[in-house]
Design a protein around this ligand. Structure first.
Ligand code: GAP
Length: 371
């Protein structure tokens, strides 16, 4: 969003902001989940999570009765300053508000014009009632968001546009189309700021699960913070179309789609852009100094351009399988031929095919293949 588009700029806002930001944004009052408590064991659950409630009921022999749902605020509190009593602040419950309170800074420093977007990645914190499902629901997590500022009359158009763009993006990085769907929020489900909300859901082993929300936030936030857009010939409060994704949730789902068990190996067919290592370098034998030295030189050179792994343990087959499990798209082996003709073996993770490549051409070869 930030590198390839000229209508979107990136920021990195604060995690702890003045608490009035969260009062104005409505989070102090409205950022709640419905909480119920099991009257037998006093465990607490979200009243809107029927599956989790059902599961819990099975853990008791006697019939469970529940307390009435009450609103539980999700903001995590922090206490700041050196004078007692310390001032109450909040860890950000969504990274979003940082984009809004920096709206004027962005407009005046980058001279963007409506329609334009502010994108951001960063940690958010929520005092979740029931964290769980691996990294799916945690109290500290990473969000990636776009706040796209538009004219009110164009809000619908941009809402549809960003829905399409976002689902395309997940597919382009390896999520299977059949594992993805949209789900529109009923009015009563929407967050306090949303006029319209559509989730992107993934067919997880624990059921269809939301991992990105496309929201029409109207002029809710900018109005709450008393902010307006001042263009060359116009002054108004823009509407906001938001794409708000979870880095942890999408990483979990990318992993699920990438995981393959084949006849004789387990392989993580991650998109090269997502693979933690792009290439691994091995000397064929760890006890031949001439091979190790040559491999080390290649490793040092590749490291400047790619995230590169090194492995000289065990036999070559085991090293290939270890990199397959980590999702490394290419492995480079330095053998005795390398010392003679300056070529190496490059093995492709997905096909397991190997080819000889000149060391002088290795970096260009990998750049081409990884793209
Ligand atoms: N700014 C809008 C917003 O925060 P949200 O639907 O509450 O919207 C956006 O959160 C995304 O953040 C979710 O789609 C999800 O991927 C991620 N997310 C929310 N709560 C999370 C949690 N407790 N653990 C992991 N990810 C979470």
């Amino acid at each position: 969003m930030v590198k390839f588009r000229s209508d979107i700029v990136g920021i990195d806002a604060s995690i702890i902001m003045n608490p009035t930001v969260w009062e104005k944004s409505g989070h102090v009052k409205e950022f709640t989940d419905p909480l119920i408590e099991c009257k037998i064991c006093h465990q607490r659950f979200r009243a809107d999570k029927a599956e989790e409630i059902k599961e819990h009921e099975k853990t008791h022999k006697e019939k469970v009765s529940w307390t009435e749902p009450k609103k539980f605020n999700l903001l995590l509190e922090a206490f700041v300053g050196v004078v007692e009593p310390k001032e109450k602040a909040y860890l950000r419950g969504e990274i979003t508000q940082g984009a809004f309170v920096n709206f004027e800074n962005v407009v005046s420093s980058t001279r963007v014009k409506i329609p334009f977007g502010i994108a951001q990645i960063g940690k958010a914190f929520r005092n979740e009632i029931t964290p769980g499902n691996f990294t799916y629901r945690s109290r500290e997590f990473e969000q990636m968001e776009l706040e796209y500022f538009v004219h009110e009359k164009e809000a619908d158009k941009w809402f549809k546009y960003w829905k399409k763009e976002r689902i395309k993006w997940y597919q382009s990085l390896g999520m299977k189309k059949t594992n993805l769907r949209f789900r529109n929020h009923e009015t009563h489900e929407r967050a306090h700021y949303a006029r319209e909300a559509e989730d992107i859901e993934y067919k997880a082993p624990f059921g269809w699960s939301e991992f990105e929300g496309i929201h029409n936030r109207g002029d809710y936030d900018l109005s709450a913070h008393n902010l307006v857009y001042k263009g060359e010939s116009e002054q108004f409060t823009p509407w906001v179309i938001e794409a708000s994704g979870g880095v942890d949730r999408s990483a979990l789902f990318f992993l699920i789609d990438a995981y393959h068990e084949e006849k004789d190996r387990i392989v993580l067919k991650l998109h090269p852009k997502l693979a933690p290592y792009k290439v691994a370098v091995f000397p064929l034998l760890a006890n031949k100094p001439e091979l190790v030295l040559k491999a080390q030189k290649i490793y040092d050179d590749l490291k400047k351009e790619f995230n590169t792994a090194w492995d000289d343990r065990g036999n070559i087959g085991k090293r290939y399988f270890a990199q397959d499990e980590a999702g490394t798209p290419f492995c480079v082996t330095v053998d005795f031929n390398t010392l003679e003709d300056d070529t190496v073996t490059v093995r492709d993770r997905d096909t397991t095919k190997q080819e000889r490549v000149k060391v002088s051409n290795l970096s260009a070869h990998l750049t081409f293949k990884l793209a």
